[in-house]
Design a protein around this ligand. Structure first.
Ligand code: NAD
Ligand code: ZN
Length: 254
């Protein structure tokens, strides 16, 4: 468990910061009851996420992919943002310059109140036409036996979740915005990512090279925690409120 000195050092950095970049992964939502892919509970009807969240799986069987996403979306709907999400939403209001880059698709940061945000893997609150790319809201729930695949209102194409699948390229502008911000951040706070899927490790290290104080919040050790200025080892839902309270109590000397 994290000691007091580390918490205080991280709190001091946050209290002095003007520009804060927060990077989150599945771990921030673990205490809301959403399993991480690599944790227990990451299987659905015997399939792994890597077998369903791909363009190939959608082309082969769009109904199966949609049944899985409808199930996930219903699960997320039963979950609430936790105190870790709440702190990150408060940070957005507290700093002049703030950006959250999340790889989560669960929409919990938005529900907690964050708006200055890039959802680098998309979101389960939206769908996109696989033919004309038009974006729409998530479809209504359906009865058992109904076709689970929604159709596009303009071109009748198959709608897909607005989520970046394995093997797909990042949308133009999403990662770029976060990378740009990494250059000006005074603090980079990384929460709950194993850093295996995308480039948060790279982004966090870039921010650190450019002068940011790097904080990692994760009960486990990752590529980021090894390089971080402070690794707060424990659950985000407990550590972030403690950290934020100390940051607000810290004297704001330059
Ligand atoms: P991951 O499953 O690879 O790693 C999760 C990390 O969170 C681990 O390092 C783990 O030690 C840490 N963790 C676990 N409990 C924690 C807690 N209470 N507080 C802080 N950290 C905790 O997740 P990833 O790096 O986000 O990559 C998984 C991929 O799957 C991402 O691309 C993401 O889009 C997707 N995914 C999203 C969700 C979601 O939207 N909530 C859920 C599962 C997977
Ligand atoms: Zn269309």
């Amino acid at each position: 468990m994290t000691d007091d000195t580390d918490l205080n050092r991280a709190a001091r950095a946050l209290s002095r910061a003007r520009a804060v970049l927060v990077l989150t992964g599945a771990g921030i939502s673990a205490e809301s009851g959403i399993p991480t892919f690599r944790g227990a509970g990451g299987l659905w009807e015997g399939f792994r996420a890597e077998e369903l969240a791909t363009p190939q799986a959608f082309a082969a069987d769009p109904a199966r992919v949609w049944r899985w996403y409808r199930w996930r979306q219903a699960q997320y709907g039963e979950c609430e943002p936790n105190p870790g999400h709440a702190v990150i939403a408060q940070m957005e209001g507290a700093y002049e310059r703030f950006l959250l880059a999340t790889q989560n698709v669960d929409g919990l940061h938005h529900r907690a109140g964050n708006r200055e945000m890039v959802e680098v893997h998309g979101t389960i609150t939206r769908t996109r036409c696989s033919r004309c790319q038009r974006l729409s809201d998530w479809p209504e729930a359906i009865e058992e036996g109904e076709d689970p695949v929604p159709r596009c209102g303009s071109c009748e194409g198959l709608m897909r979740p607005h989520i970046l699948w394995f093997g797909e390229r990042y949308w133009t502008g999403t990662l770029e915005r976060a990378y740009e911000f990494a250059h000006e951040a005074d603090v980079c706070l990384v929460v709950g990512t194993s850093a295996q899927v995308w480039a948060p490790a790279q982004m966090a290290l870039l921010a650190q090279q450019q002068g940011a104080f790097l904080i990692d919040v994760n009960p486990g050790a990752t590529d980021i925690s090894f390089s971080a200025d402070v690794h707060l080892m424990g659950p985000a839902g407990e550590l972030l409120p403690e950290l934020w309270e100390r940051a607000q109590r810290s004297p704001q000397e330059p």
